[in-house]
Design a protein around this ligand. Sequence first.
Ligand SMILES: [Fe+2]
Length: 521
Amino acid sequence: MTNSPQEDEIRLAAPHTRRRFLTVSGAAIALAFGTNLAGRTTAFADAMKLKSDPFTLGVASGDPLPTAVVLWTRLAPEIFDPMGGMPAKNVQVHWQVATDEHFKRVVRSGTATAAPEYRHSVHVDAGGLEPGREYFYRFRTGNAISPVGRTRTAPDPRKQLSKLRFGIASCQAYPDGYYTAYQHLIEEDLDVLFFLGDYIYENAVNTVGGDRFDTSANVPDIFQTSPTTLDQYRLFYSLYKSDPDLRAGHAALPWIATWDDHEVVDNYSGQVKGTIPVEDFLVQRANAYRAYWEHMPLRSQQMPAGPDAQLYRRFDFGDLMQVSVLDTRQYRNASPRTITGAAQMNWLLDGLSQSRARWNLIANQVMMSEIRTTLTNPPGLYTDAWDGYPEDRKRLFDGVVERGVQGLFVVTGDTHTNYAADMKQNFDDMNSKTLGVEFTGTSISSGRDGYDTNPQLDLQLQANPHIKFENGRRGYVTFDLDRDRVRADYRVMPYVTRRGAPIATQASFVSERAEPGLKAV
Ligand SMILES: [Fe+2]
């Protein structure tokens, strides 16, 4: 059997391990996850010969540590070409970090190799920086210089931090509307943005970009098919990043991103998507994970090995906030039913119990709090979220109580709806302990223009006394954290299918560290 170009490519670039895939049969798996690095080219292309701007997909930074941050770009002079318009050769890319946006005071610089097997993406882990300060960065290859990005390192964990301001965003289906939200978000002066999943959607996009209905868009026919191969997934990232507002969002501040389902395919669970044979689905998952890593500001520790990638990880923001970023997709399993997998749950509980931070944030994909979708008994539940995995929720909540975890709050994506919820130890008993609060952010664009409320949201407010707010408009949520209090502002727009929507605060809530529970402001 001959390999497709995608299989060859993923075989050449698969870092090192076959792990549990030895248990999965099928020639495709053996080909896709082999370890042979032979044949990797060492030739360098002459970057001077690039005919047009290679920085079409912008720049990004992410995963800030106290002294380091990841800087990202990808060379793609022709964004809808599978090779990005680049030769199949390594290219050298120079990078600089400065304390001013005019690069008068360059504090770090270096050279990275953009390799064709990673589609000339560049992931620089720029170290030696000072904690809690603003930096500017840019890239150069040949005569081409990238746009300037702004980033910020995490504060010194040994020092007392009095406040932090951050945001959450999720769910940006390209054909559902414009990314106007980012125009507003970059004016918010946030320290960091958490992106909570559905960066791309696998849904086809038509010539006019769906409900964007942009007759000048000329979206190529290749996007009228849902992606399954590596090159197809890559092209979807190119399409999404062709949006200038998204590029501006990345260039303005560091992101800490995790994925949900649509980066692969709707509502998949671990190794399972409908009736697709597991060995075939894992090849698709490997392609999707690989394309995600190539296009996001992530460290090499997050680089997939075949269909596995370590995306759950932890960050500290001074002594004020510890963040556990979850991956509730990759390890889902039907038997025993788990949404996190045992290893991730242990890691989460260990981190919460060892935390010395005032606040403990869980950056999460799908609603953790119960949402009854009917007034019946038993109630209807949305089983793709934590409601489908009550054993894991109990494990987490019991662990939080046993360990006396303080300052717990959760931020969530997925639903294309804003929710604010008290997390009750027992959702059937409003007198039970409130363990923390959950702020679920609406979508950037998914679901088109949205609505303030509808009969289903009204019913849910009635059926769920622990839920204090619901709203179906598009936007994001900002947070102001101090030593004793978290404040959330739900920022929404009246439309996204046209450009230029204004933004306004629909609702604001606070919760006290000493006595968790939502209070409207
Ligand atoms: Fe979504």
